[in-house]
Design a protein around this ligand. Structure first.
Ligand SMILES: [Fe+2]
Ligand SMILES: [Fe+2]
Length: 193
């Protein structure tokens, strides 16, 4: 597979990821308790829509269609965000979980764009590199803003009383069981020095 084909696959993944985020970001904006955080997610939704457009431009340059690859990774990351939105935590503690999910999202995108930019640079595709760098810079700025907004929220969360835990949901029980399996599967490898 030539590098250009690999790049196109990666870009289709990014296109799917950004489209998934267009759908997910309003849920984070709605769910977040803190006004700054809400605003941040709403602003980033506007940027994300622009990123989808830039990716379409990239595909225009490459003469390919943008669809063709669903991003499973982003689906998983968004699923983690949905879990954070279901937590019984209150106020700042609840928002701290959302911040964790948002940072995962941004850094997943950052990794994706960095890989695509490296490939496009290698192929000497200056126009593609420029467009992708605009998207990357927005993701880097978004992650920075989420971290900055998160600092006072986490401070407030550290002073909050613990929320009494209700019984585990079916989903939580399944997750706990799977995490035990993860540990068990790793054990033989971890024993090796
Ligand atoms: Fe994005
Ligand atoms: Fe983003």
């Amino acid at each position: 597979m030539a590098l250009q084909d690999v790049l196109i696959d990666e870009l289709r993944d990014m296109y799917s990821a950004e489209n998934q985020l267009v759908k997910a970001l309003p849920k984070l904006a709605k769910g977040a308790k803190d006004a700054t955080l809400k605003q941040l997610f709403s602003d980033h939704l506007v940027e994300t829509k622009g990123q989808v457009e830039r990716l379409k431009e990239v595909f225009g340059i490459l003469g390919k269609k943008p669809t063709g690859s669903h991003c499973n990774g982003m689906e998983g990351v968004i699923e983690e965000g949905a879990d954070a939105l279901e937590k019984d935590e209150e106020g700042p503690s609840f928002d701290s979980g959302i911040i964790g999910a948002a940072l995962r999202t941004e850094h997943y995108e950052i990794a994706g764009y960095e890989a695509c930019i490296a490939m496009a640079k290698t192929l000497g595709m200056g126009d593609v590199v420029s467009l992708l760098t605009e998207n990357l810079n927005e993701e880097l700025a978004a992650a920075k803003k989420v971290k900055a907004a998160g600092a006072p929220i986490m401070k407030a969360a550290s002073r909050q009383a613990e929320t009494p835990k209700g019984p585990k949901s079916g989903k939580e029980k399944y997750s706990a069981k799977k995490s035990k399996e993860d540990e068990k599967k790793a054990a033989p490898e971890l024993k090796k020095k």
